[in-house]
Design a binder for this molecule. Sequence first.
Ligand SMILES: Cc1ncc(COP(=O)(O)O)c(C=O)c1O
Length: 405
Amino acid sequence: MSISQLARSIQESPTLKLNEEARILRAKGEPVIHLGIGEPKNKAPITAILGSAAKLKYGDVKYAPTDGLPSLKKAIIRYTEENYGRLVAPENVIVSTGAKQSLYNVLLSIVDPQDEVILLAPYWVSYPEMVKLAYGVPVVVTPEDGTFHPRMEDIERAVSSYTKAIIVNSPNNPSGIVFSEEFIAEIVDFCERRGIYVVMDDIYQKLVFDGRQPTPAYRYTQKDIEDTRVIVVNGVSKLYGMTGFRIGWTIASRRMVEVMNNIQAQTTSCPSVVSQAAAEGALTGVQSVVENLRLTIQNNRDVLIQEMRGFTDVRVTRPEGTFYCLPDFRAYSNDSVELANFLLKKALVVTVPGKQFGMEGHLRLSYSGSTKDVIEGIERMKWALDPNAPNEIYIGDRKLIRDWL
Ligand SMILES: Cc1ncc(COP(=O)(O)O)c(C=O)c1O
């Protein structure tokens, strides 16, 4: 078989792989706890279901305009005005099949071969592979002060004449950190001055805790939407728990949207109309669903922090948003892939190795599931790793004895 060099250079998605492993174990009846999953467990809002059901009921399922149904774009424009304080035109909006496709289309639209895209570690697993798919070069910037918060001085050092864009994801997957307003202001100002695109991946925008408010990047540029270097990506996957509908969108200049439209037209034609109707239903329905989800997740975050306190030697940075936490497990292992495999095998707990996010020695834990899973999952991890934890545990109806510490 002849496989292209590009395809060979692309890594498997570790999170999707873990989902599959967990699914197989569960299918065999194993009581797996999934702290790896990146999706809320709530049902899609009823308005989303009704919206998509109406399309199906009347068999009204055809190709749609490549850039999205006008009625959905109208809802996105309203969302943008309310949450970003910017009134944009329909020509500034393009709907895609998930924020993932939005980001990929953005990169395909701006990256020339060998152009560099700066990624801020810890970063979302897909960014480096997407940059490579666009024939660009991912340049990873890790905060040198050992925190998860990026620093302008580190970024400025990494910028070269090839830098085309910086991807900023706050609230951040995998750390749960929310970047400071000062940082957002600085990076927007820096990118505007240097002619570098700042791609804001705002997919977790409203999932912020403790009374914090999201920080829209547009607030820090005086430039018109047609001139600004700020590109915004968002979607319904995380805020409304609608991961399977696959709807995301991009807000950018008309020219950028035109180019993205051409790419999308030649690759996927348009996002599914059934899903678009669902996204419209979510955006125009009661918004308390987002607040309820946020409160549930904030409560899970508190439970997770409480449970992790009993874990000897694990350093936890308190998440301020998303549904992830990235504890430092280097006291137990420097090899996060090995550690995650060990936890899956011994304790039947799925975690995601920090290595995939550019933070070796850490594990990403998701608390988007039930509170019970958070408690039991961490209990099992303590049992497997911490010599101070009791050496007996019940997993399902099996009593297990730790004999490796
Ligand atoms: C940071 C980040 N951006 C984008 C996405 C993709 O979202 P979507 O499901 O809309 O493609 C994810 C999904 O996990 C994510 O974590």
